[in-house]
Design a protein around this ligand. Structure first.
Ligand code: GAP
Length: 456
């Protein structure tokens, strides 16, 4: 993990947030390479779950939303972590993480999510768990800490001005459910999909972008009529979809993935069944993607709170239906962390990010063999400009070729094109493959086609 953190900073994937002002805990900025990687992951998610499906449509709801939405959803009352403070060093942490990390350090996989505050305190006391920061065993009681970010709108006075930054994108899909039904040709079963920033006042973020206070959620709310569809079958279909996306689209090694079902204590109050797709992060198997059967809980709650009828009419039977929902929800930033970890490889002192070419920030890098030979630079520049119209291309003319390969391997660039003296004679270039280090000699007028085939 430490090596990856260093690489992400060195190569411009991820920077600590507000760094020149001393940093702001648990916030990160994405550099030039990280921005491209995020964008590629989002585009692949959208292509897979919206573009290629005829039963899912997109939505882009607002980030700031009415306080009643979050009261109806149960977040104002219940979206909270169990917080505990060390009285000695004042470190603040999540009680469940304190316990789980303590047992993980002893090689035990203990899950305590969903236990009562009293039960958590008992485990901490009985096991004499020390503060991970100072080593003392002097904690406060476990207390409730709400994760929602309240915002006060300046233009509206009083309670009406109270809003929240959304804690999940899901609620936008429920509150716009009728708008989508009335404005498009969707028929049950169908999904509404959204990717967007979400905010949670997390107490114990860490491990780079695994858990941050601001992150990008990608969710589908898949609506169906329980009278005609078996939720168990839809749930299994979705499990296959998520597994397929992780292993086939993102190329993740399936040995690093597993499903884990939530027990009654851990499962959210609105869910009848939840399973997490977990990835084997360096700090243990952790949730990557949540899959939950939320029943009709949310639509009914919004009906109750808004006093608007959110049922739809079955065109065959004329019966009113409040659809049920299955929800796959994943953090794009968590996918990015997984993709970086899974593609990280070393060959001696060479670091290679063996990213699927579809994910790679730059698809190809173009170099003139020497930086002080005008005719080499001119030819390389022409190739660079022409490839740029089709794909993301890096340019490098610093240092020697070995150093440039080294830098592109760390950036995950699948191919490097070098313009050398032979190019000036026969209009061919060398194309070096990141993973095999093999070099092909390709005619410039065939280069675009060659790369497009390799990048498919
Ligand atoms: N609408 C359901 C929902 O939001 P969740 O399990 O709270 O469910 C879904 O979050 C996914 O979002 C998680 O599986 C994880 O990938 C990601 N996620 C949640 N909190 C996060 C955080 N603080 N930072 C980064 N990603 C987060």
């Amino acid at each position: 993990m430490d090596k990856l953190v260093a690489l992400t900073k060195r190569r411009g994937f991820i920077f600590p947030g507000s760094e020149i002002y001393g940093g702001l805990a648990n916030t990160y900025d994405y550099g030039p390479l990280g921005t491209e990687l995020l964008r590629n992951i989002k585009n692949l998610w959208w292509k897979n779950f919206v573009q290629e499906r005829s039963d899912i449509v997109g939505l882009d709801a607002g980030i700031i939303s009415h306080h009643r939405i979050w009261e109806a959803s149960g977040h104002v009352a219940g979206f909270a972590d169990a917080m505990i403070d060390c009285k000695n060093c004042k470190a603040r942490m999540r009680a469940d993480h304190l316990i789980e990390n303590y047992f993980a350090g002893k090689g035990e996989d203990k899950k305590v999510e969903g236990l009562s505050f009293e039960d958590l305190e008992k485990i901490i006391e009985e096991n004499k768990i020390p503060c991970p920061n100072c080593g003392k065993k002097d904690f406060t009681k476990v207390r409730k800490f709400n994760l929602l970010f309240p915002v006060q709108l300046g233009i509206v006075e009083g309670e009406g001005g109270q809003a929240y930054l959304r804690g999940e994108t899901a609620q936008g899909m429920f509150t716009n459910f009728k708008n989508v039904v009335d404005s498009s040709r969707v028929r049950l079963p169908f999904g509404i999909a959204q990717i967007g920033k979400s905010f949670r006042n997390e107490i114990t973020p860490g491990q780079l972008v695994f858990r941050t206070i601001e992150f990008e959620l990608a969710e589908v709310e898949y609506f169906f009529d329980p009278a005609t569809e078996k939720w168990e079958e839809l749930f299994e279909d979705w499990k296959k979809e998520l597994w397929n996306f992780a292993t086939k689209v993102l190329d993740i090694n399936d040995k690093n993935l597993r499903w884990r079902e939530h027990d009654d204590k851990e499962r959210s109050f609105y869910s009848k069944k939840t399973e997490d797709l977990e990835y084997n992060f360096p700090f243990g198997f952790k949730e990557l993607w949540g899959l939950a059967y939320r029943t009709d809980y949310d639509l009914l709650k919004h009906t109750e709170f808004s006093k608007k009828d959110l049922s739809i009419v079955d065109p065959q039977t004329n019966k009113k239906i409040v659809p049920h929902v299955i929800e796959p929800a994943v953090g794009i930033n968590r996918l990015l962390l997984m993709v970086l970890l899974d593609s990280y490889a070393e060959d001696g002192d060479r670091v290679i990010l063996k990213l699927n070419p579809k994910l790679a920030p730059y698809k190809v890098a173009v170099f003139p063999l020497l930086a002080n030979k005008e005719n080499l630079i001119e030819e390389a520049r022409k190739i660079y400009e022409s490839l740029k119209k089709e794909m993301m291309v890096a340019w490098d003319d610093r240092g020697n070729i070995g150093k440039r390969y080294f830098a592109q391997d760390e950036a995950g660039t699948p191919f490097c094109v070098t313009v050398d003296f032979q190019t000036l004679e026969d209009k061919t270039v060398t194309v070096r493959d990141r993973d095999t280090a093999k070099q092909d000699r390709i005619a410039i007028d065939k280069l675009q086609e060659y790369l497009q085939n390799k990048l498919k």
